[in-house]
Design a binder for this molecule. Structure first.
Ligand code: FAD
Length: 325
């Protein structure tokens, strides 16, 4: 028996969410008193693979082939399912990232497994039954679900689990899966990156703004604050609908769901559809001139004030802090 964790890479590099998910999977394998095996698909430097031992993986299965250089949903799901059977894994864990959201249900179907996607905590394990807390209704609520199947698939929400590091290294083993032609019916022909800015779904810090900014010409201060903090920029739906900002910045029920450590909402009212995509952020700071704005109800910190006064002051404060640290 073992626990298998899929370690996602972007352009051959692991992201923070990968180390989170390996740390989480290591904790699950400890609960079950079994070994943690990782599986990597694509071109990753072997030394980066062995470093996954730092986060608790004992062995890494390395799948590398020209056909798999870019993400192919069906093929990746088949490979992970095959590795699960080969390693006699009873739990498969992956990040609930954009890629993970596509993969996890496919893997679950292939393995006749129960799926807990959007998991936010470690499972409680009792007699082969897992009880897991997961986010539900686009982050508006939590659900506690039970997985009773023999094999269980868990997709962990990014920023939900602390990275645990040690000083171990993992054995790297090449794994050659039995690829089927039918797994390559849908292929990515080209990837065009929207920008070289921090990708919103992975961001630890997000500076977001809404209609209170009055117009696109006022976004320079939002971008400046984000750049100073090393944050991604986001916006409410009407802003991207109006073409003030690109659509990939739209967060909420119909946009991207984020769960950063810090979400700063500037001139956003906090409509339920917006909150649906941001309410699982660890710390929410709201800047709004209306003290009755609904966003304040979910804020950890609130500033009642005009964004055009507050944001420049915040920028100066961050600059001053950085100059002294
Ligand atoms: P407003 O509601 O106009 O709020 C602007 C805020 O700025 C106000 O609170 C105001 O007090 C404040 N303000 C004004 N001037 C200043 C100033 N100078 N300084 C500081 N504060 C100021 N919305 C989303 O964001 N994401 C979604 O995914 C989404 N999906 C939707 C799906 C459906 C089916 C529907 C019906 C709606 C959806 N919406 C979504 C729209 C949502 O209901 C709200 O209309 C939208 O979030 C409001 O955007 P806003 O807060 O930027 O603007």
């Amino acid at each position: 028996m073992s626990v298998l964790v899929y370690v996602e890479n972007t352009g051959g590099k692991f992201k923070k969410s990968t180390f989170e998910v390996v740390s989480y999977a290591a904790a699950v394998s400890k609960q079950l008193n079994t070994e943690l095996i990782a599986i990597s698909i694509g071109e990753v430097n072997p030394s980066d693979l062995s470093k996954l031992g730092n986060y608790g993986a004992k062995k890494v299965l390395n799948v590398s082939s020209d056909q798999l250089k870019s993400f192919v949903n069906q093929a990746y799901a088949s490979i992970i399912a095959e590795a699960t059977n080969k390693e006699d894994a009873s739990v498969v864990i992956l990040s609930n990232s954009f890629t993970g959201k596509g993969l996890s249900p496919r893997i679950a179907v292939k393995l006749s497994a129960g799926l807990a996607d959007g998991a936010v905590e470690l499972p409680k394990t009792d007699n082969n039954i897992f009880t897991i807390k997961r986010s539900a209704f686009s982050g508006k609520a939590f659900a506690t679900i039970e997985l009773t199947s023999a094999i269980k698939v868990i997709a962990l929400n990014p920023n939900s689990f602390q990275i645990n590091e040690s000083n171990e290294s993992a054995i790297v083993e090449n794994f050659v899966p039995a690829l089927k032609e039918s797994d390559f019916r849908t292929m990515v022909s080209e990837i065009v990156r929207a920008s070289d800015k921090i990708a919103l779904p992975d961001a630890e810090l997000v500076v977001s703004a809404g209609r209170g900014m009055k117009g696109p010409e006022n976004w320079a201060m939002i971008e400046e604050l984000a750049k100073l903090l090393g944050a991604a920029t986001a916006c409410s739906k009407p802003i991207s609908d109006a073409g003030w900002r690109p659509h990939e910045e739209h967060v909420g029920q119909t946009g991207i769901a984020v769960s950063p450590n810090l979400y700063i909402a500037i001139g956003i009212s906090g409509a339920i559809q917006h909150l649906a995509g941001v309410s699982s952020s660890k710390t929410i700071v709201v800047i709004n001139k209306d003290s009755e704005a609904p966003f304040f109800k979910v804020a950890d910190y609130g500033i009642v004030g005009d964004a055009f006064d507050v944001v420049p002051k915040l920028i100066e404060a961050v600059k001053a802090y950085k100059a002294h640290s």
